[in-house]
Design a protein. Structure first.
Length: 140
């Protein structure tokens, strides 16, 4: 479940209007596929998102991956490189990606990803460089 606008809600509104439906949705989805629960701007909603369900909680780039993961007690997380990093010089892109990996601490259950989608302005070469860097850095 990917929702770019869910972070616009207050925690009370999320709990009242969205969480019951998300809980039901995750309960009824087939268990044979991973359930990823992601939204942007959700720092104040992450605990409720975890409670609503999903095998993986997605983080946007506005939260610190390591401390937030520990606080949530989530089994697995996805994220959370700032998507604008793909527009940065290559050295800066790699530095930022390495910081995300460092914050994850090599813990099992981290899925490296952007904290939102890829902008049309991002070059394919930058995306390839990012993927290659994450693969190489993850092997160390």
């Amino acid at each position: 479940m990917f929702d770019s606008w869910i972070g616009c809600l207050s925690p009370a509104d999320y709990g009242r209007y969205v969480k019951p439906h998300m809980t039901r949705l995750f309960a009824e989805l087939p268990k044979s596929v991973p359930h990823i629960h992601f939204g942007t701007g959700t720092a104040s909603l992450l605990v409720q998102q975890r409670e609503a369900g999903g095998d993986v909680i997605g983080f946007d780039w506005r939260v610190e991956l390591g401390p937030t993961w520990e606080r949530l007690g989530a089994k697995a997380v996805q994220g959370n490189l700032d998507p604008y990093s793909l527009l940065a010089p290559r050295d800066e892109l790699k530095r930022r990606a390495s910081e995300v990996l460092r914050s994850a601490g090599g813990r099992p259950g981290h899925i490296f990803n952007l904290g939102h989608g890829i902008f049309p302005e991002a070059s394919v070469d930058q995306v390839r460089a990012l993927v290659d860097h994450v693969h190489e850095a993850s092997q160390r």
